[in-house]
Design a binder for this molecule. Structure first.
Ligand code: FMN
Length: 197
């Protein structure tokens, strides 16, 4: 199998999507990929972040992870994105990051790279499907190729069954959650390996 290069990009206010991204990075490496784990930059003012203990603690936990750069996207054959839901869509930090990629879009630098998306929300039906779909829509503008889990593996009948991408409520990943994220990451690696072969 060709060794795909996978960039894992996450934004996380309280840690959930950081946990998903870390699990995806481990699984993608185990599936044979070369992996870069990167964080999407914070856009909220420092005083707002520092005004909430849980937000400040997550910012500290993620501080040694490199902020994603355009090179991390050019380098990659495939992209794994994880982001919280905000009012039924993706977090504004994720949106703002996507909005900085116009240069790469103009160059066609992301064309034919694969992409898969995961999300979290406070409520079971709080809008993760919308958040994930919006992210794929932007990726489609870049000419990227969505690699979705669908129901292609039995874990999708255990994990809540979001066919667009794993989604969860906040907190640490459950065993089933970890299994589902690993499945989605492995599928991304395997499909990407076929495309670059
Ligand atoms: C401004 C704001 C809007 C939110 N909107 C939603 C929402 O529409 N539906 C929902 O279930 N949860 C919503 N949440 C909860 C977040 O989705 C939740 O905190 C997040 O998924 C946790 O991920 P994290 O730990 O990676 O930050 C919202 C939170 C904030 C701060």
């Amino acid at each position: 199998m060709a060794k795909p290069k996978i960039t894992i990009a996450f934004y996380s206010t309280y840690g959930t999507n950081h946990g998903i991204a870390a699990a995806a990075a481990k699984a993608a490496e185990e599936a044979g990929a070369e992996v870069r784990l990167r964080r999407i930059p914070e856009t909220a003012p420092k005083e707002v972040v520092e005004g909430q203990d849980a937000w400040k603690a997550q910012a500290e936990r993620a501080s040694d992870i490199e902020v994603i750069s355009p090179d991390d996207l050019k380098w990659a054959d495939g992209l794994f994105i994880s982001s919280p839901t905000r009012y039924g869509g993706m977090a504004s930090q994720t949106r703002a990051w996507l909005d900085t990629l116009g240069g790469l879009w103009m160059e066609g630098a992301l064309v034919n790279k694969t992409v898969t998306v995961t999300a979290s929300a406070q409520n079971k039906n709080g809008g993760t499907e919308g958040a994930i779909q919006q992210t794929y829509v932007s990726a489609m503008h870049f000419g990227m190729i969505p690699v979705v889990p669908g129901y292609a593996d039995g874990v999708k009948f255990e994990d809540g069954g979001n066919p667009y991408g794993f989604s969860t409520q906040p907190g640490e990943l459950s065993d089933v959650g970890a299994k589902s994220v690993a499945y989605q990451a492995k599928r991304l690696v395997e499909v990407t390996a076929k495309l670059i072969a």
